[in-house]
Design a protein around this ligand. Structure first.
Ligand code: HSE
Length: 437
């Protein structure tokens, strides 16, 4: 049986999971591929880590360059992460004619266009199923299963750390800080959680998905990003009273030839399937003109779920190699000469429903002052609610709007914040509710 040689760069959590599957499921993989997938190298600078895996003699190395320069290696699997050495190694591997598998969403979102161009020039595959949604087969679904569709919308929970934190605030009524500390203790959140909680990780994934969906270049700057660090138990409680839950959603839509691409805390109806995706789980709904709506659900992170996605890429490339058809499926779902620039809807032009919470003095005329300013900016109120509970002399006044323009909302809230009767910066949370006008 033919052998396909794999060079693994990075034996951290996911890299070790990949090695475990390659070794533990060897016979299964051979049966499915028609060739032996041989882990020829596993490289990592850390020789001390407790990996609970025994590599065959001569497989482990601390020299990544030796791996990418080995003429016998067919596929390089980059599991190092970050944008420094990982970029250099992938670039060199591509130059050396190796096919590459990576899970590095931050790198692809920032420098993907360069890498995909280089891979096309060299005629090699660059596969990245594990970069978005962990084990959920979203990349293959976009690239292959939905090839017959114009993609109209994607709405996803793409960051497990944020979903865990929001689920804990919702279920236990604890603060963001307490929920984050819990996520760190459980090993879900990084010691520096900024990438996750400020929405950047979800934005990286959204930028990649936008390219696959619409045939555009990857552009992280096109994604509007707002994280979850300012979401409070109070707003989650109000959301519940209106029949909503708050999720960090990645939303990407194609409307009238323009792409809308945003990541922010969002209220969604409790009976929306995404409302019931809790803990560290990820999910995404995709709407296509032929297929209607479909949904994927699963673990967005973790050793073996992520390794499962990486192995699926290795299997694809190995199968292509066996029938000498590399790049049979274009990595970004579109042929390179069809990838174009698509205008992006500026966030100020967004039309949405909004939730506002004002901290206002409980005095006659306060509501009319607030609603007067909203009226001046054409912001039509669907619902107003004042909770008669004072904190430092102020009461929360909550409003839900009809569909209005983001630019008007921003200007109105800036004016309202300057009112003497309003004591804090107003809270704004966008609502995605198909039943609201
Ligand atoms: N840190 C991510 C998450 C997983 O919490 O979902 C990797 O993208």
């Amino acid at each position: 049986m033919k052998s396909i040689n794999i060079g693994l760069l990075g034996c951290g959590t996911v890299g070790t999971g990949v090695a475990k599957l390659l070794m533990g499921n060897k016979a299964l993989l051979s049966a499915r591929v028609g060739a032996e997938l041989n882990l020829k190298w596993a490289a990592d600078v850390d020789t001390e880590a407790e990996r609970k895996i025994t590599f065959a003699e001569g497989v482990f190395t601390t020299n990544a360059r030796q791996v990418i320069d080995d003429p016998q290696v067919d596929i390089i699997v980059e599991m190092i992460g970050g944008q420094g050495i990982a970029m250099q190694l992938i670039q060199q591997a591509i130059e050396n004619g190796k096919h590459v598998v990576t899970a590095n969403k931050a790198l692809l979102a920032s420098r993907g266009n360069e890498l995909f161009t280089a891979a096309a020039r060299q005629g090699v595959d660059l596969a990245f199923e594990a970069a978005v949604g962990g084990c959920m087969p979203i990349i293959k679904t976009m690239r292959e299963s939905l090839a017959g569709n114009h993609i109209q919308a994607m709405t996803g929970i793409l960051n497990g750390t944020c979903n865990y934190i929001l689920s804990r605030i919702t279920d236990a009524g604890i603060s963001f800080e307490a929920a984050l500390a819990e996520a760190q203790q459980e090993g879900y959140a990084e010691a520096d959680p900024t990438l996750d909680v400020e929405g950047f990780d979800a934005a990286h994934k959204t930028a990649i998905l936008g390219a696959l969906a619409y045939g555009m270049e990857i552009n992280l700057n096109d994604v509007y990003i707002e994280g979850i660090s300012s979401v409070t138990p109070l707003d989650i409680e109000f959301a519940g009273q209106f029949g909503y839950r708050i999720k960090l959603l990645a939303i990407s839509k194609m409307t009238n030839g323009m792409v809308e691409s945003r990541v922010h805390p969002t209220m969604i109806p409790r009976d929306n399937l995404l409302s019931n995706v809790n803990g560290t789980l990820n999910a995404i709904t995709i709407t296509g003109d032929a297929v209607g709506e479909i949904m994927l659900y699963g673990h967005g992170a973790g050793m073996m779920p992520t390794a499962s996605a990486v192995i699926s890429d290795i299997v694809d490339i190995a199968r292509n190699l066996l029938c000498t058809a590399p790049r049979r499926v274009p990595p970004l779902a579109y042929q390179r000469n069809s990838i174009r620039k698509i205008p992006v809807l500026p966030m100020e032009e967004l039309i949405s429903n909004y939730y506002f919470r004002f901290s206002a003095l409980d005095q006659p005329g306060v509501l009319s002052k607030i609603s007067g300013i909203l009226g001046e900016y054409n912001i039509s109120i669907h619902y107003v609610h004042q909770k008669g509970r004072k904190t430092n002399g102020a009461v929360p006044v909550v409003m839900i709007t009809h569909r209005v323009k983001e630019a008007d909302v921003k200007q109105a809230l800036a004016e309202i914040q300057n009112l003497k009767v309003v004591s804090k910066e107003p809270v704004l949370i966008r609502i995605e509710d198909a039943h609201m006008e």
